[in-house]
Design a protein around this ligand. Structure first.
Ligand SMILES: O=c1[nH]c(=O)c2nc[nH]c2[nH]1
Ligand SMILES: [Zn+2]
Length: 435
């Protein structure tokens, strides 16, 4: 028996997306004031002016989303699952914040019932902010990772994540051994990598808390399971960098601690990179690895100004991360605004247009994670989308109703949009928030 052909839906909306990279293509933004997206079986089959799509598909049922803005779902490339309940520990630099805020909470993830509750809070926060794909920094506990993957599967989130491993300088409960890191990582990969919408990311916390032995165990997983992703932190805070230098006297720099282990490549995403050397930037570019820029976290922890210009000049790919809980919330609209502010304020900063912000929050993440079926509304991609539809009477609603162009409305969405404006979210055509 053949299965019935799914009925397509035609979404009518003001939509914007960046099918190209605006840092290299001046006309990267595609804005449709009255657009149509034909979606069948979770995949975009046609996109363009509503009248054209309607003429070609006169019988498709219409879902009318006019009045707000329809954007590709946001892609958060750095966000910590165990930290959702400690957002807001303001006023401390990185290493003190880890000691006093993050790590005590991360130790609680040993309790599976607690971890399940955190997984629900965390994924609810992501989807509520319009995020449809995330590279998630996991927990140090394998049971908590199973709980996360189960919740991601239940909700339909696209998640790339893995067990966080460390064997020094955190606290005893969070330490493991190279052999256990390998064995637990392998079991999780076999259960979850490529299962539904989940992929695995090998995740040493940072070189400060990782011996060469544990980095080698990570590299063994990468070798044994091609296609898994790699993520960690790099060059976030000057005290952290000095400590890494002391711990790895033979390494050329921070990046080299990962590079020597064979962990840097196309599928590597390194968070922060606020204080890189020129050598590190050129190695990152040569390997086509990504820097995940986390502007709210960099501001809250006082880590510094992200040298976007130097990354672009060196040819390093850059995406965006909320870095909850060092960051201040899940909204990539807020991260885009903070990136804009910081580039405005720093000498030699890059002026960021609404197109740049949208790209950083969407397609840049798809490129970082090598997920070419996500990140824009081009036909052939999954219908992962967020409908921003502010409540009547709010300032954003007023701007939307009077905006001179979709691009101006987009700028206002970054300037003042919050999760309260997220009316509906789809992943692979499935509604995961709203109705
Ligand atoms: O912003 C950060 N958050 C963390 O949890 C962390 N761990 C190591 N380095 C880190 N940086
Ligand atoms: Zn982080």
């Amino acid at each position: 028996m053949t299965s019935p052909i799914p009925i397509p839906t035609l979404y009518r909306a003001t939509y914007l997306h960046t099918p190209r990279n605006p840092f290299t293509h001046p006309d990267a933004l595609d804005a449709q004031p009255d657009g149509g997206l034909l979606v069948q079986d979770g995949v975009i089959r046609a996109a363009g002016p509503f009248a054209d799509i309607r003429a070609a598909h006169p019988d498709a049922p219409i879902t009318d989303l006019r009045g707000g803005l329809l954007l590709p779902g946001f892609i958060d490339t750095h966000v910590h699952y165990p930290q959702v309940r400690v957002i807001g520990g303001l006023g401390l630099p990185l290493l003190d914040w880890l000691d006093q805020c993050a790590l005590p909470e991360e130790a609680r993830m040993a309790d599976l019932a607690y971890a399940r509750g955190v997984a629900r809070d965390f994924i609810g926060g992501l989807i509520g902010a319009g995020t449809t794909t995330a590279l998630v920094f996991g927990s140090h506990f394998a049971g908590a990772m199973d709980a996360f993957f189960e919740e991601a599967t239940r909700t339909g989130l696209r998640a790339v994540t893995g067990l966080v491993v460390s064997d020094r300088l955190l606290r005893d409960e969070l330490h493991t051994t190279p052999q256990r890191a390998y064995d637990e990582g392998r079991a999780l990969i076999e259960r979850w990598h490529g299962a539904g919408r989940t992929l695995y990311a090998v995740t040493p916390r940072f070189s400060l808390s990782a011996s060469e032995g544990i980095l080698d165990a990570c590299a063994a997983l990468m070798r044994d399971f091609p296609g898994v992703r790699f993520t960690s932190h790099v060059n976030e805070n000057t005290r952290e960098i000095q400590t890494v230098r002391d711990l790895f006297p033979g390494a050329r720099d921070y990046l080299d601690t990962y590079e020597r282990a064979g962990l840097i490549g196309r599928h590597s995403v390194l968070a922060h990179n606020v204080h890189p050397t020129d050598r590190e930037l050129s190695v990152m570019a040569a390997h086509r690895c990504t820097a995940a820029h986390c502007p709210c976290s960099n501001s809250a922890l006082g880590s510094g100004f992200f040298p976007l210009r130097r990354h672009l000049d060196a040819g390093v790919h850059v995406s965006l991360g909320s870095d909850v809980g060092g960051g201040t919330g899940f909204s990539l609209l807020k991260e885009g605004l903070q990136a804009h502010f910081m580039q405005n304020l720093m000498p030699g900063g890059v002026p960021l247009s609404p197109a740049h912000l949208l790209y950083l929050a969407t397609l840049a993440g798809a490129e970082a994670l090598d997920l070419p079926h996500t990140g824009s509304f081009e036909p052939g991609r999954a219908f992962d989308a967020v409908h921003l539809n502010p409540a009547p009477g709010t300032p954003l609603d007023a701007v939307f109703r009077h905006a001179a162009s979709p691009e101006r409305a987009l700028a206002a969405a970054f300037a003042t949009g919050t999760p309260a404006d997220v009316a509906r979210v789809w992943i692979g055509g499935d509604t995961v928030l709203g109705d």
